[in-house]
Design a protein around this ligand. Structure first.
Ligand SMILES: Nc1ncnc2c1ncn2[C@@H]1O[C@H](COP(=O)(O)OP(=O)(O)OP(=O)(O)O)[C@@H](O)[C@H]1O
Ligand SMILES: [Mg+2]
Length: 249
């Protein structure tokens, strides 16, 4: 678990870790948003990332998920290197092996709930299996709403649809950037319970950015970023422990 060195990169590491960053640096002009970040996310783990605004959380998530390119360093998803992968192939890998959940839900307003959930499959030219769509929708409590439009749903319901969309391809890793930021505490807990279930029952790996100590407490461990550096890891987090560490940032 945790950090690893170039020398320690073995086949075992490749299979035990869903995502591994090695000395990942991201610069925007002269600004260093992420500095030589080295971290391995174990398969089947749930990691929360915290830090002040501008500390590099979204940058880390973008680099780790192949949404953004590191300026230097290596990003591996299982056994494959994402950092240098050609864009077209990277798009495919993201579609097939990674799920995303964003703060603003990002549902397509003109598509029904069912069409939104199955969109990643449609885009990949794959036909959704009815039984799997049923299972995923019922897991997120949206079975009765499959023919509704996003505008007819509350924020919490829309975010549960977004979680279903992230899970429909059975991704190895789900990345979420402040998925509960716009939700009330009840809706927020519902979304976190779904992500927790994905880790505990299907062994998926979740990496989530949040500002909320109560949300971070759902994770197995919390990484703290400060001005582009991974400063610290807190394991077995509780809301109180996270809050206490947060106050030191
Ligand atoms: N596309 C970009 N162009 C230039 N600078 C950027 C870009 N994206 C991020 N940055 C800068 O990189 C730094 C890290 O940004 P990042 O979005 O990763 O922070 P964050 O920790 O996610 O913050 P927040 O909590 O506000 O979402 C910031 O100083 C930001 O201004
Ligand atoms: Mg951010």
């Amino acid at each position: 678990m945790g950090t690893m060195t170039t020398m320690g990169t073995t086949t075992d590491t490749l299979t035990r870790h869903a995502v591994a960053l090695e000395k990942v640096t991201k610069r925007y002009g002269s600004m260093t948003a992420l500095r030589e970040a080295t971290w391995a996310f174990p398969r089947g783990s749930f990691t929360a990332i915290m830090g002040r605004s501008g500390s590099g959380k979204s940058t880390l998530l973008h680099c780790a998920s192949g949404l953004g390119r590191p300026t230097s360093g290596s990003v591996r998803l299982g056994e494959i290197e994402l950092g240098t992968m050609p864009e077209a192939r990277l798009t495919e890998v993201r579609r097939e092996r990674i799920g995303f959940v964003f703060q603003s839900y990002n549902l397509v307003p003109s598509l029904t709930v069912a069409q939104n959930i199955t969109l990643p499959l449609t885009l990949a030219g794959r036909r959704p299996e009815r039984s799997w769509l049923r299972e995923v929708s019922s897991r997120v409590g949206m079975s009765g709403r499959l023919h509704h439009m996003p505008a007819e749903l509350s924020g919490g319901q829309q975010q549960r649809v977004a979680v279903a969309r992230a899970l429909i391809t059975r991704p190895e890793v789900v990345f979420a950037d402040e998925p509960t930021a716009a939700l009330d505490p009840h809706a927020s807990s519902q979304v976190m319970a779904l992500l927790r279930e994905a880790v505990d029952t299907t062994g998926q790996t979740v990496v989530l950015v949040t500002h909320d100590p109560a949300v971070a407490a759902w994770a197995d461990s919390v990484l703290f970023l400060d001005r582009g550096d991974i400063e610290d890891e807190l394991t077995e987090p509780s809301t109180a422990k996270v809050l206490a560490r947060w106050e030191l940032l």
